[in-house]
Design a protein around this ligand. Structure first.
Ligand code: CUA
Length: 374
């Protein structure tokens, strides 16, 4: 394998995250050609696993589409099993016939005659025309039925409505009926027989095409500028489910991660109530608040009740209620938060948030203030 020269290399900067430390120890890969594609796919898996480890609580570390917990994802799994069974049947049949022919009609030393020459057979030609047509018809009908089941047309009145806005490279999450705005972590109630709580999501983009994908909850749906796509999910299990942007959208596409937190209904109502509260005002961090309100932070971020009303980056009113920062790039710990403000590029090279170039004192005060935004 040409191109797989693993070289020990110096990583350019230091990190507070254990995952980054582990990566640093493993050195850097110098790759050419197709190896890069494979490595990119592997890197995405590794990222997802790291993403899972980054937060507390039970997390489904692998976003496995074969372990669905919501009807649209279940429909996709059933269809994929049918398609795989048919494809496996064709593979086994063709391979078996091929090997049988190779063995049955092998060259023999005593056989010097030319084999009988046959020109055309209506029976065989009809069968290899009709059988594939029937197979394709079955696949078409099964796919059409699944698409029809998945298609979200009307939003039922009892549904929770959410608007997702894809940004480079994070997710804005709005609950228009509840007056809640958050980012990157979608909270939703579990649905039970007799108490159905489906969630309908309107997908919008602020810049380029993204794709919203929570494999255990629903299929991928593109997030297209100047368009509103609709999708739905109805999780029947509580827990944390991982997902990510599934359409290449620029440098940090791979770190446009996503998590869904499915709550018991009462717990969900509690989360909503907490999100609706105004931003905490804590006197001991007044200095940090002053730093925040006097720097460029306010141009891109919103904190309710302050002069910060930017829309370019995530709403920070309840920042500390989230388990990750940088759209899943790192766990939301005080150390990571401080390191993130100091140099976001370190966790997420190419990120659109600039390093704030604050001195250590201001950085400490600003971090202390952000830590109170529960
Ligand atoms: Cu957003 Cu890829």
């Amino acid at each position: 394998m040409q191109g797989w020269n693993v070289a020990r290399a110096r990583m350019t900067s230091a990190s507070a995250s254990p995952i980054a430390k582990r990566c640093r120890r493993s050195g850097r890969l110098h790759l050419t050609g197709a190896a890069r594609t494979t490595v990119s796919a592997v890197a995405t898996c590794v990222l997802q696993a790291a993403h899972a480890l980054a937060a507390d609580g039970p997390v489904n570390a692998i976003p496995n589409m074969f372990a669905p917990v919501s009807p649209p994802a279940e429909g996709i799994r059933s269809l994929s099993f049918l398609v795989m069974a048919i494809a496996a049947g064709i593979f086994v049949t063709v391979t078996a016939v091929l090997f049988w022919c190779v063995w049955r009609y092998r060259a023999r030393s005593d056989d010097e005659h030319e084999p009988p020459q046959v020109y055309g057979s209506n029976q065989i030609e009809w069968s290899w025309t009709i059988v594939p047509v029937l197979i394709v018809l079955v696949l078409f009908l099964a796919t059409a039925r699944t698409i029809n089941e998945l298609q979200a047309s009307d939003v039922p009145p009892e549904a929770l409505r959410v608007t997702i806005v894809g940004h480079q490279w994070w997710w804005e999450i709005k609950y228009p009926d509840l007056g809640v705005v958050t980012a990157n972590e979608l909270h939703l109630p579990v649905s039970r027989d007799g108490a159905r709580r489906p969630t309908y999501l309107h997908l919008e983009s602020a810049d380029v095409i993204h794709s919203f994908w929570l494999p255990q909850l629903s299929g991928k749906t593109d997030v297209v500028p100047n368009r509103r796509n609709l999708m739905w999910m109805e999780p029947n299990q509580t827990g944390v489910f991982l997902g990510q942007c599934a359409e290449y959208c620029g440098t940090q596409h791979a770190k446009m991660l996503l998590r869904a937190i499915v709550h018991e209904p009462a717990e969900f109502d509690g989360w909503v109530a907490a999100q609706k509260k105004p931003a905490a005002v804590v006197d001991t961090v007044a200095a940090g608040r002053a730093v925040f309100q006097s720097t460029a932070c306010i141009n891109c971020h919103t904190v309710d009740g302050t002069n910060a009303n930017g829309r370019f980056g995530p709403d920070l009113t309840h920042l500390m209620s989230r388990t990750t920062i940088g759209s899943g790039a790192a766990a939301n710990t005080p150390e990571n938060l401080r390191a993130w403000i100091d140099s976001p590029d370190h966790f997420k090279p190419g990120v659109l948030m600039p390093a704030m170039k604050l001195d250590d004192g201001d950085l400490d005060e600003l971090t202390a203030y952000l830590l109170t935004l529960k």
